[in-house]
Design a binder for this molecule. Structure first.
Ligand code: ZN
Ligand code: ZN
Length: 852
């Protein structure tokens, strides 16, 4: 069957997408094979699988397919990290409601409905991109089967004392009205004003005068002589009139402002530190919605911004505020809505962070690239307090706890009661005090509490399957090292006292073609579906493979995608040419076959090593170089005459081509699942995705065979060059070619040159005869001026044999002139057995071409 000329990626990709069975990629829980479990990132179901996800999934798929072909029992699960604020906000938007206008159950149901729809859309993108996902291990964090595990993990850690409840300052988003973790705070530089206030007998400088009502102390440096006499005295807070103590603390910078600072509950993290160290009282001036509380007096009910404006105005008028100066400040913002966060003290649930455990566990994991580990190490040291895991939202895993209506005691659920929603269900047993009246916990869990047990979940934790921890690989973006990687390490250690995975593979971010972060407003936004539509999934995947090394940021490039399509077409042409000529029957190889097979086995070796090191770009470039340059441009050109003709070596060429196409399709299978499957389907019955990765045949890697092949290739190229320099068609026949070299087989040279070739050893026995004298006008002109021209003519007409001695005597205008060999060059011709020949030298070989 003849293959079509054009590679129709659309038709072929869709054909295979519909043909492949999901079961091809199922993980076998009872297999004897070595396992390779991949703890894949569960994307947030926004409905759109963005390009950064797609890059990451390409990497995962390259690994999954490669490992499967290497004989591993691979799990490539697909999770969905459903819970969270973005969906709540979207639901409010779509339905034109706020979450408080409907019941909790109703609101939750709306979120679930939207999520289900979004997941379905994203599943389609995943299939179209050709990812070999194990759909039998799909998980959806909002489903009871998964969130039961999140709740069990909560209960187990609570029992171990690793989860506790406390009134403690936390980062708070007044717009989202929820506590957030440090990992959810982004910092941004903002201009602000430093306000100088007359503070009783002292002057202080503050950026947050609106927190004056929450002032609980004033601090100076103990070594600051200006203020030592005030330490341990009391001062009156202006405007509000309450007294606060002056304390001494080494961390006060005497050079900042006046050297006196006010401590409020809470202006920033430093306030929290002082508050704890000096055991200061708590004054809450800001409520959960970001409004001033009653202690703010006449400012109560105003937003912090309004309060700031008003109090500055009032203090200016009262002569309290005497100076303002500009100041750059780093402001903490909510990751989600970019609102400036506040620090509020509320009763919250926390997970204990034991930095040492995290660092030690991180050291047991292989980091690829290894320099990424430092990001986790740096982050681990920066948190001021434990991980706040409670959120004041709805669409999330419920915290399985109640409060006794009688004695107020907290009751945490037992594992066997789970899953449950404590706002819907009462505990099946009474409180220790005997009361059966409870109030269910309305706070819900941080979504990272769901996703940080993904490694445990995919490894069979709390399932009927055996527990197969640690997983082998965690692929993820470097942007979530301080969240997902950090929390997963923490939870695996806390729950199972093990590392979560053997290796973590980090991918970079995808930048727009202009080198900037992709965003709709910048107009550099690309969605994977658009690329697939224009160039196909295999072309997209090639961009992912060669765009850059793992861990580095990668610029999206249409050029790379188009180059990808072009490579597919080139490969297709090679295959299309080869198909009628291939044969799986072994035969005796010629030197050119052995050269190709040596190169091919070297390629397999290189690809295997690079894939083991997750160097996808290097692997793919090596395969592409081989297919394009060695196979297409050289081997096929050399072997063509054997393939077309009926001479010796035909079968060897057919078999060599068969082996090469088979091997190359298998090497390409992880990268180009559709193309490789199409090609392989013309060779064999089984799917290329269910066969093994090629084995290196070391016996075929042979430097001598390669040197011989290179020589044949170079000689052929030299003959082609010769023909084109002499204005001959490439297929024109030469009168005769003799090659003096160590070669023993010239059949492919003869075929490619379309001429008879004789192989000789030793060196050719040339006879050299002078055929002309060529005047050197530079020398003649200098010496003979106006007579140079006739002398030159005489030289051209002279018998060249007369110059045999190196000089020549000429008679010009009856005068005898002797010219030495600086005045002319002798043109010689080489004769072989009396025939005029041209000679080409290629390496140590001499090629003698008889002229026609
Ligand atoms: Zn927010
Ligand atoms: Zn009680």
């Amino acid at each position: 069957m003849e293959l079509p000329k054009e590679y129709d990626y659309n038709a072929i990709e869709e054909k295979w997408m519909d043909t492949w069975q999901d079961s091809m990629y199922y993980f076998d829980w009872n297999s004897e094979k070595p396992r390779f479990i991949i703890d894949t990132p569960p994307p947030y179901p926004t409905g759109n699988f963005h390009i950064g996800n797609a890059l990451n999934w390409c990497y995962i798929d390259f690994v999954a397919r490669y490992k499967r072909m290497r004989g591993y029992n691979v799990m490539f699960p697909e999770g969905w990290d459903c819970h969270g604020l973005p969906t709540e906000v979207k639901v409010e938007e779509i339905n034109g409601i706020t979450k408080s206008q409907v019941s909790r159950e109703e609101f939750r149901r709306m979120c679930v409905d939207l999520t289900v729809k979004n997941i379905e859309r994203m599943r389609k993108s995943l299939r179209r991109l050709g990812f070999s996902i194990d759909w039998s291990n799909e998980y959806i964090t909002m489903e009871p089967s998964y969130f039961r595990k999140t709740q069990v993990s909560f209960v187990q850690m609570y029992k171990k004392g690793m989860i506790y409840q406390q009134n403690h300052p936390v980062n708070w988003c007044p717009r989202c009205e929820t506590a957030i973790a440090f990992a959810e705070v982004e910092y941004d530089a903002r201009d602000t004003l430093l306000n100088y206030l007359n503070f009783d007998r002292l002057n202080i400088a503050t950026t947050r005068p609106e927190l004056l009502a929450a002032c609980v102390a004033v601090a100076v440096n103990p070594d600051d002589d200006r203020y030592s006499k005030y330490v341990n005295t009391e001062v009156k807070v202006p405007v509000f009139g309450h007294n606060v103590r002056v304390i001494a603390d080494k961390s006060v910078d005497p050079a900042f402002g006046t050297g006196v600072v006010m401590i409020c509950t809470f202006g920033d993290k430093q306030d929290v530190r002082w508050w704890v160290e000096h055991n200061l009282p708590l004054r809450k001036a800001i409520d959960k919605t970001g409004k001033m509380t009653d202690i703010a007096g006449k400012y109560a009910g105003k937003s912090t911004e309004e309060c700031k404006k008003a109090i500055i105005e009032d203090m200016k008028n009262a002569g309290i505020l005497y100076k303002q100066e500009k100041l750059d400040q780093n402001v903490g913002l909510c990751w989600r809505c970019k609102t400036a966060i506040e620090i509020l003290s509320e009763r919250q649930w926390f997970v204990k962070i034991i930095s040492e455990d995290i660092l030690n566990t991180a050291n047991e994991v292989t980091w690829v690239p290894d320099y990424m580990k430092v990001r986790l190490e740096n982050w681990t040291g920066t948190m001021e307090w434990d991980w706040c895991i409670s959120r004041q939202r709805i669409f999330a895993t419920p915290i399985p706890a109640w409060y006794c209506a009688e004695c107020g005691k907290t009751k945490v659920a037992k594992e066997e009661w789970l899953p449950l929603d404590p706002t819907q269900k009462k505990p099946p047993e009474a409180c220790e005090c005997g009361s059966t009246e409870f109030r269910g916990e309305e706070d819900v869990l941080d979504t990272w509490m769901d996703s940080s047990i993904s490694a445990l979940h995919v490894s069979g934790w709390l399932s009927d399957h055996p527990l197969l921890m640690p997983a082998q690989l965690r692929p993820q973006g470097y942007d979530i090292i301080r969240t997902w990687a950090f929390y997963t390490i923490l939870r695996s250690k806390a729950l199972l006292d093990t590392k979560p995975w053997d290796t973590i593979l980090l991918n970079g971010m995808v930048l727009g073609e202009d080198g900037h972060k992709m965003s709709k407003s910048r107009n550099n936004f690309i969605v994977p579906e658009e690329v697939v539509k224009k160039n196909g999934a295999d072309a997209f995947r090639q961009w992912a493979a060669i765009g850059g090394t793992t861990g580095s940021d990668i610029i999206f490039s249409w050029k790379d995608v188009v180059a990808g399509s072009r490579f597919l077409q080139k490969l297709w042409s090679i295959v299309r040419f080869s198909m009628p000529h291939i044969s799986d029957k072994p035969a005796f190889f010629t030197p050119v076959d052995l050269w190709l097979l040596s190169k091919l086995n070297r390629l397999v070796k290189e690809c295997t090593e690079k894939m083991d090191d997750y160097q996808f770009d290097e692997t793919f470039k090596a395969i592409r170089g081989f297919a394009w340059e060695i196979l297409a441009d050289n081997y096929i050109e050399l072997a063509k005459s054997r393939l077309y003709g009926d001479r010796e070596g035909k079968r060897a060429a057919q078999y060599t081509l068969y082996v090469t196409i088979d091997t190359v399709s298998r090497l390409l299978a992880p990268f180009l699942p559709y193309f490789s499957e199409e090609v392989y389907s013309h060779l064999k019955k089984e799917s290329v995705h269910q066969v093994l990765w090629p084995q290196v045949d070391e016996s075929l890697i042979d430097a001598n065979a390669e040197a011989t092949g290179e020589l044949i290739k170079d000689i052929t190229a030299a003959i082609r060059r010769y023909k084109s320099e002499h204005g001959m068609a490439l297929n024109s026949e030469l009168a005769g070619i003799e090659i003096y070299s160590s070669l023993t087989d010239a059949s492919d040279i003869a075929g490619a040159a379309n001429s008879e070739v004789k192989l000789k050893t030793g060196t050719p026995d040339f006879e050299t005869v002078p055929i002309a004298l060529k005047p050197n006008m530079k020398v003649l002109g200098k010496m003979y001026r106006s007579r140079a021209k006739p002398i030159a003519e005489a030289l051209l007409n002279a018998d060249p044999k007369l110059a045999a001695s190196g000089s020549i005597e000429l008679t010009i205008d009856n005068e005898k002139i002797t010219l030495d060999n600086s005045s002319f060059t002798v043109e010689k011709e080489r004769l072989l057995k009396g025939k005029a020949v041209d000679v080409l030298e290629v390496g140590s070989a001499v090629i003698v071409i008889t002229r026609k």
